[in-house]
Design a protein around this ligand. Sequence first.
Ligand code: C2O
Ligand code: CU
Ligand code: CU
Length: 592
Amino acid sequence: MKHTINPSRRRFFAQTGAGLLAYAGLPGWLHAMEGMGEMPKMTPKKASANFHPDVEINLICKPSSVSILPGQPTQVLQYSGKLVKGPANTLTEIPGSYLGPVMRFEKGQKIRINLHNQLDEPTVTHWHGLHVPAEQDGHPLYAIDKGETLVYEFEMLNRASMNIYHPHPHNTTAKQVYHGLAGAILVNDDEERRLELPGGEYEVPIVIQDRLFDANNQLQYVRQMHDRMMGFYGDRILVNGRPDFKLDVASRAYRFRILNGSTARIYKLAWDDGHSGASIPVTVIGTDGGLLETPVNKPYVMLAPGERLDVWADFSGRKVGSQLVLRSRSFSGVLPGMAERMMTGKHGGDDQPHGGGGHRMGMGMHGSALPVGSDYPIFTVRVTKNISDSPALPNKLSTIKHYTANDTANPNKPVPIAISEGPMRMVLNGRPYAYNDIQPSERIPFNTVQLMEIFHAHGGHGGDKAQGEGGHRMGMGMRHSNDSGDGSPKMGGMGGMGGGGMGMMMAMAHPIHLHGQYFQIFSRTVSNSDSRSYASVKDGFIEGGWKDTVLVMPGERVKIIKPFQDFKGLYMYHCHNLEHEDMGMMRDFLVE
Ligand code: C2O
Ligand code: CU
Ligand code: CU
């Protein structure tokens, strides 16, 4: 039996402005994308008799309905969990939320999770951030059908950190996550415990998502090709599944475990206490892969889909009745200039006289009530209780062994992760996802540490300049795109665009995620460091800790160092803009 994507993909094209007629005329490489839909199906793994779990959880995926907005409840997909064995604090429901329970594990625990699929479609769960054997990682290969159960068994090897569990089925990851399937995983260890960081009610998970509701409070999802190309953006911010989230706190220090669970939206997080001019730094103590060595104060922090932040938020000394808002502040440059202008309904970018691109897009671009990069609140903190005594922020948090190029097996030949951008084509290393299509550069020798380089294949320096002009040509490029037959499309109608051509014009930011062990950021270089767009985000990156997702801006080259230890097999790497992932902007590494 095969899981194929063909029916839904056809349906998708039928819904777009392009329609079926246009589908027939689509270039061959898109038809080839249909071929990539073949994904073998494995027999679901059963519990093994010689694995003795410390913790066992039954995890169910099912359709459900929750009240999110006033009025009618919203149909969602939801994880629900039941603890079969293990410490009572392993699962914590978030009351009234569609999000799955927060899972809390201890480093060293042996964990068994029985995943029951009660959806009307295949699913599989991936443990984003966890270092587990390839067969336990939730690769789409292991997706199960309705009624089936998949048993995961692994040992927690991660250090203290916040991770994510979410579906990873072939071509439907974004849709399932969007409709509610996601949850947080917190791992604790001794190194963290020694710090006595705020815990219990003073440690608060903050899952940030954006959603679009129709008049009947039902979730709206991808409506046109544009929603896939740029990613899908809702116009309401939800925190832990709630709109207009408010948190009542005492006047003391808190630990906010923040996770961007949006499918595409990128945030620029900053505190605002309402007093103009008063800037309150964001104190970051950890990232994707756990605690930093020392706390870092930032004016704002960029948070892309799949990324996490551990934030020390100290309200001591604040008066009862005072409020603080965590906002997303304004920035630009993560979307192609013309898309950004369409979204804001603005004609004319910041850096360049306008391209007026929208008129010719032919992609049904439209404005949004909540444009990416605009300024809007995420949630409000209200100080409601006075407490005189608060823990102090430790100045040393953890010990991190920093890799150098000399620790890698390939200091002069980084493993490439090339971002290729073009109309209807967001891929990595020039190839859309295909199972069993491992290229030479994707074979990673077992038990090595690798230097890797993520870059835009077309140079894509997000040229605030190239984009202004590009807008005019978009429609033409789309209609005239033809196929060279070798999977590398040549765009028609692009004369005069120069070497960068469509790729440069389409340059946007991509949060690139690698499964398996965390990595370190080795270097970040950018070709347009002086552009106003880049300046609006550049102080928001945190480089010093362990990561599994890194936001790569237009024009940026990011070198990372990543170990591939302990386990052989397939580990995915992909864009965590989940619409991009489902378009095929994903590949496998084979560790062997
Ligand atoms: Cu969070 Cu492969 O994903
Ligand atoms: Cu992952
Ligand atoms: Cu992407």
